[in-house]
Design a protein around this ligand. Structure first.
Ligand code: F6P
Length: 361
């Protein structure tokens, strides 16, 4: 069993379904198997910046209901890089040492960070600077971390996008419309590609493959020539307009976010083909709600193995899913390998084989 440890866990970056299942698994393994203490750190590194640090003890009892709960009970943030932390006056300062002190104030022997590439890069830098014992668990609905075939949250997001497509088929058919579904994914098209195949889309547009409005309209005409009066399109948020520019929207505080390519396509298709078009932007629905069984399994397997890595003293590693096994890779390698959709990917070939328009190959 070894020496009793006190370990922390935090969730960082955008939330997704399955984070709570990972928190539950870490707690069960650490307490149940090793007899350790587990501390849940609030709001990612912001909890370690607070004085006293914001954290709660995690127990078998208070993590019991977490398997099916969406979001993260610990809270999270995708703002406030500690190395360039914004002040109310709009200035930036390095507050990394305060976070490292927060870790020590909690008396932690090790910490598990659940995050995507951006969060894990920050956590690793903190760990290097402060000699913190860090183990990582990958989560991102975008599924763009290269060293793991799956990240927590992706499967649930694909399920939600697929269900949206399933529903859109019926209303598209009723009104003889071209229905466009805009999905998330940041710079990668994994959600659009997977949901598009699963949800029987006629057209799938992803940032990794260029398209033309002519090509899209021809695909719609072919469907009409085959005797079908409607079409369903799924587009990833980072797909560019025909001029090669990403479509963004400016939110409060001047922040620019991907969004609007669905409406751009709807207008362009309507103008060129006379088809009646409608747009659904799925947005954060993809991140919320009950995790799919696959995300629960993944989160549980990752949580158990992450605790085992601490028991082995194998720090600075991230758990990954490779060929149906949970293994680990150095965090440095994990964050260095970005994974977009490979245009030669099996799923690209599958979509093409089904006659789906994917752009100009
Ligand atoms: O990275 C996850 C993600 O959901 C992206 O797919 C999306 O572009 C982004 O986060 C949205 O971020 P926010 O929650 O800040 O709007």
């Amino acid at each position: 069993m070894g020496q009793t440890k006190r370990i922390g866990i935090l969730t960082s970056g955008g939330d997704c379904a399955g984070l709570n299942a990972a928190i539950r698994a870490v707690t069960h393994r650490a307490i149940g198997t090793y007899g350790w203490e587990v501390i849940g750190i609030s709001r990612a590194t912001l909890g370690l910046l607070s004085r006293p640090p914001e954290a709660i003890p995690l127990t078998l009892a208070n993590t019991y209901p977490l398997l099916t709960a969406g979001g993260t009970i610990l809270g999270t943030t995708n703002k406030g890089n500690p190395f360039a932390f914004p002040s109310a006056e709009g200035e930036f300062s390095d507050r990394s040492d305060e976070i490292i002190q927060g870790y020590h104030q909690l008396g932690l022997d090790a910490m598990i960070g659940v995050g995507g590439d951006g969060s894990l890069a920050i956590l690793r830098r903190l760990a290097q600077q402060g000699n913190l014992n860090l183990v990582a668990i990958p989560k991102t609905i975008d599924n763009d971390l290269g060293s793991t075939e799956r990240s927590i949250g992706f499967d649930t997001a694909v399920n939600i996008a697929t269900e949206a497509l399933d529903r859109l088929h019926f209303t598209a058919a009723s009104h003889s419309r071209v229905m466009i579904l805009e999905v998330m994914g940041r710079d990668a098209g994994h959600i659009a590609l997977n949901a598009g195949i699963a949800g029987g889309a006629d057209i799938i547009l992803i940032p990794e493959i260029g398209y033309t409005i002519d090509g899209v309209c021809q695909a719609i005409s072919q469907i009409q020539a085959q005797g079908r009066n409607f079409a369903v399109v799924v587009v990833a948020e980072a797909v560019c307009d025909e001029g090669g520019c990403q479509v963004t929207q400016t939110h409060a505080q001047g922040q620019s976010r991907l969004g609007g390519i669905g409406q751009y396509l709807a207008d362009a298709i309507a103008q060129q083909s006379q088809a009646e078009t409608r747009v659904t932007v799925l947005g954060h629905v993809q991140r919320g709600g009950i995790p799919s069984p696959l995300d629960r399994v993944l989160a549980t397997a990752f949580g158990v193995t992450a605790v085992d890595l601490i028991a082995e003293g194998k720090y600075d590693h991230m758990v990954t899913w490779q060929k149906r096994q949970v293994v680990s890779v150095p965090i440095e390698d994990a964050i260095a390998q970005y994974r977009a959709v490979d245009p030669q990917d099996t799923l690209v070939k599958t979509a093409l084989g089904m006659g789906i328009y994917l752009g100009e190959q």
